[in-house]
Design a protein around this ligand. Structure first.
Ligand code: GDP
Ligand code: ZN
Length: 310
């Protein structure tokens, strides 16, 4: 038979469980924390008796909140992080939205592959967005390159921020997810965020963006509600640096290599100079796109150089 004390205790925790909401921290700002739960933003403080104060919060952190009066609530618990990005500092990212322009600037597939490796390294899915469709002129080589990515399983969404074509199709990808945009300057990321997030008025066409970048370093990142999901207001990832890794890890971040890994003559094959390499055979047979393999070799050199530096 259950003792009275344990029954009372159980009822209390059930009641607390029912009152608590699970949400996502969208920004922290001078002691207040804003949490998105049940399709609205709650202004939260930390319960004093909690040791949570010592913890460093990041936008994207999943928390349990106890609603108070109005839109006020207290954060009762922080749930474990699945991943976290340093640029911008955001936790629990579900997808990287990699933005390139169809033209002006021309797509840089080396840079795209760099961003794909960065996303893969933290196990985040990637989605490719090609802006400026309104300016695009037929180009077979480029069309073939985009098709390589589609075949690898990355969704490729073509759109125009000018005409609005394709925006509705993209919106569905944001639902229920936390996303971060990435891509070079001038491709239309700010324009895109402005059309996805009602009321947002980011400045567009700030080439170089020295002033804004300066402000970004002091300003806090914020997650914005967007088509039933959340999106970081600051573009992410680094277009310059590959994540720190061991040289033998790089091939794992190229999904089309997977089927061939373990089939080379040498178990330690880096798919570069080695004889009887299954990856190189696949490239020669046209099963792996040559430009992707070339980027792999570029990155391999960088990863090896970085290994030496540390
Ligand atoms: P960001 O640097 O990636 O944030 O790019 P911006 O949003 O600031 O856009 C850079 C420039 O490209 C601006 O002059 C925009 O007006 C222009 N732009 C952005 N998207 C499109 C598009 O889809 N079509 C055309 N024609 N211009 C665009
Ligand atoms: Zn090999």
């Amino acid at each position: 038979m259950m003792g009275l004390r344990s029954v009372v205790h159980q009822q209390a925790s059930v009641r607390r469980g029912m009152l608590m909401l699970e949400g996502i921290l969208v920004k922290g700002y001078s002691g207040f924390y804003y949490v998105y739960a049940e399709k609205r933003v709650w202004e939260c403080s930390l319960r004093g008796r909690f040791r949570l104060r010592d913890q460093e919060f990041l936008p994207g952190d999943r928390v349990k909140i106890l609603p108070g009066t109005g839109r006020k609530a207290t954060i009762e618990e922080v749930l474990p992080r699945r991943n976290c990005l340093s640029r911008p500092p955001v936790a629990n990212i579900d997808q990287a939205v990699l933005v390139l322009a169809a033209t002006s600037p021309d797509p840089d597939f080396n840079l795209l592959d760099r961003l794909l490796v960065q996303a893969a390294a933290i196990q985040v899915n990637a989605l490719l967005v090609v802006t400026k469709q309104d300016l695009e002129e037929p180009n077979e080589e480029r069309a073939a390159a985009w098709q390589v990515y589609s075949r690898l399983g990355y969704p490729v969404i073509r759109l125009s921020n000018k005409t609005g074509a394709g925006i509705a199709e993209l919106q569905a990808y944001f639902t229920g997810k936390t996303s971060v945009l990435a891509g070079p300057s001038g491709v239309g990321k700010s324009s895109l965020l402005n059309s996805l997030v009602p009321g947002l008025e980011l400045k567009v066409g700030q080439v170089g963006r020295k002033l804004q970048r300066g402000r970004h370093t002091t300003r806090h990142v914020e997650l914005l509600p967007c088509s039933g999901g959340l999106v970081a207001d600051t573009p992410g990832f680094s277009s310059l640096y590959l994540p720190t890794m061991r040289r033998e890890q790089l091939a794992g971040h190229f999904p089309e290599f997977h089927a061939y890994l373990g089939q080379c003559r040498f178990a330690s094959c880096l798919h570069a100079q080695e004889p009887d390499c299954a990856v190189k055979t696949a490239v020669a047979a046209g099963e792996i796109a040559e430009f992707r393999y070339r980027h792999y070799l570029d990155f391999l050199e960088e990863v090896i150089a970085a290994e030496r530096r540390y």
